[in-house]
Write a protein that binds this ligand. Structure first.
Ligand code: ZN
Length: 102
């Protein structure tokens, strides 16, 4: 078990996902933040790794639904802009923590 393992994942609101990690740290991601870091092939060029989707184009009021586990290492969801191909590994989510612990 590493700190990149979630203990509890809560979709408390259509605009946010809350993850409580095994080390006790808690993170809240807005749908907008998650959409902006979407690592899927439609958002990031697979060959170059360059982001082709502009994070600035994500509306602040974006919501998500259909939160599902992908194996035991990631989550996926459908955003209100209809995008649903993103798979968000927990390691990536923890590394993109908007409020990392000191
Ligand atoms: Zn994507």
């Amino acid at each position: 078990m590493t700190s990149h393992t979630p203990r509890v994942i809560t979709r408390s609101d259509p605009t946010e996902i809350r993850i409580e990690w095994v080390d006790g740290h808690e993170t809240v991601y807005s749908a907008q933040q998650l959409r902006a870091i979407c690592p899927c092939a439609r958002c990031v060029d697979e060959m170059s790794g360059v982001r082709t989707h502009d994070p600035a184009s994500v509306p602040a009021e974006l919501t998500q639904k259909d939160l599902t586990m992908v194996g035991n290492y990631a989550i996926s969801m459908q955003f209100s802009d209809t995008h649903n191909t993103g798979i968000f590994p927990f390691s990536m989510l923890r590394e993109n923590d908007p409020e990392p612990s000191a």
